[in-house]
Design a protein around this ligand. Structure first.
Ligand code: NAD
Length: 292
């Protein structure tokens, strides 16, 4: 198949490189950052000059972009995917997007005979490198079945959730849980360390106790090194995800007391200028309070 890939950053990069290495598909890549494109062309991909270049003639076009507004611009904007795609092509969004935006883009694509799947991913950059990420897919089952070999080239862990938008809802639920978990880890570590415990020993004991989780593992590594940059998952993107989960909860009138507290904690960290650091930089909110 001919695959167009737009957005090869922290997540899109390793997913695209696995697609190139683990399949025979012909891959054309576009990103605003030439250095990111080079990591893919070094493995045999073609560098696209524009969205049009990547889209025209592709069987499948994929995006892995930061914000819903970026996905909107790349799909529906001037000379975007919609303007350049033709009937019979499939568009797959791997970004964490808003369910309402996914449906709006899907409807615009459908009007031109272009199929769409939302396929957000979870497992972080480590999972993306190792090709073990969960891919949560929404959209028509036949379109899903046809696209499955391409998705499986960057992870065997692909789950069809239901109609268009359901992959995104599953992803927002997952991330809300993960960020609440990270906030609990930050509070627990700061309590223990302030009470005089050795941080290494505290992490070691939690890792084999009921407070452990995959989130705790990644979070405690960052906490022990006290190094939050460069990010593997930027706080600004984590805050965006939780914002989208809160919006969904508002629409459905579902109370999220933990999610709401964690959303505000992330906002405090952003206000401290930590938005471009790793999402685990929420720890610095506690550090700054406890220093005083
Ligand atoms: P990133 O900022 O590292 O990468 C995004 C890439 O998109 C960059 O290389 C950027 O240059 C490119 N880009 C932005 N606008 C563009 C445009 N108009 N045209 C072409 N390229 C453009 O972000 P990321 O961490 O890779 O996240 C991508 C998506 O995946 C986000 O929606 C995020 O929420 C989601 N996600 C991230 C992680 C993670 O651990 N980083 C995990 C799961 C999901």
């Amino acid at each position: 198949m001919k695959v167009g890939y737009i957005g090869v950053g922290n997540m899109g990069g390793p997913m695209c490189r696995n697609l190139i290495k683990r399949s025979n598909h012909s891959v054309t890549v576009f990103d605003l950052n030439p250095a990111a494109v080079k990591t893919c062309t070094d493995l045999g991909a073609t560098a696209g000059k524009s969205i049009a270049d990547v889209t025209q003639g592709a069987d499948i076009v994929m995006t892995s972009l930061p914000m819903p507004r970026d996905v909107e611009a790349v799909t529906l904007g001037d000379n975007g995917i919609l303007a350049n795609a033709s009937k019979g092509q499939t568009y797959i969004d791997l970004s964490t997007n808003a369910p309402s935006m996914v449906k709006r883009i899907g409807a615009a694509m459908a009007a031109k005979g272009i199929a769409m799947l939302d396929a957000p991913v979870s497992g972080g950059t480590v999972g993306a490198e190792a090709a073990t990420i969960a891919i949560m897919v929404g959209g028509d089952k036949k379109v899903f079945d046809d696209a499955l070999p391409v998705l499986q080239s960057f992870s065997a862990n692909v789950i069809h959730m239901g109609e268009l938008g359901t992959g995104t809802v599953a992803k927002l639920v997952n991330n809300m849980m993960a960020f609440c978990n990270a906030a609990a880890a930050a509070e627990g570590l700061m309590l223990g360390v302030t009470a005089g415990l050795d941080p290494q020993k505290l992490v070691q004991v939690i890792a084999s106790s009921s407070g452990n989780s995959s989130v705790f593992k990644a979070f405690s590594e960052r906490a022990l090194s006290n190094k939050f940059s460069p990010p593997s998952f930027a706080l600004n993107l984590a805050h965006k995800d939780l914002h989208l989960a809160m919006e969904l909860a508002d629409e459905l009138d579902v109370p999220l007391p933990q999610g709401s507290a964690t959303h505000n904690l992330q906002r405090m960290a952003r206000r401290m200028g930590l938005g471009n650091d790793d999402s685990s930089a929420i720890l610095q909110v506690y550090q700054s309070v406890l220093k005083k």
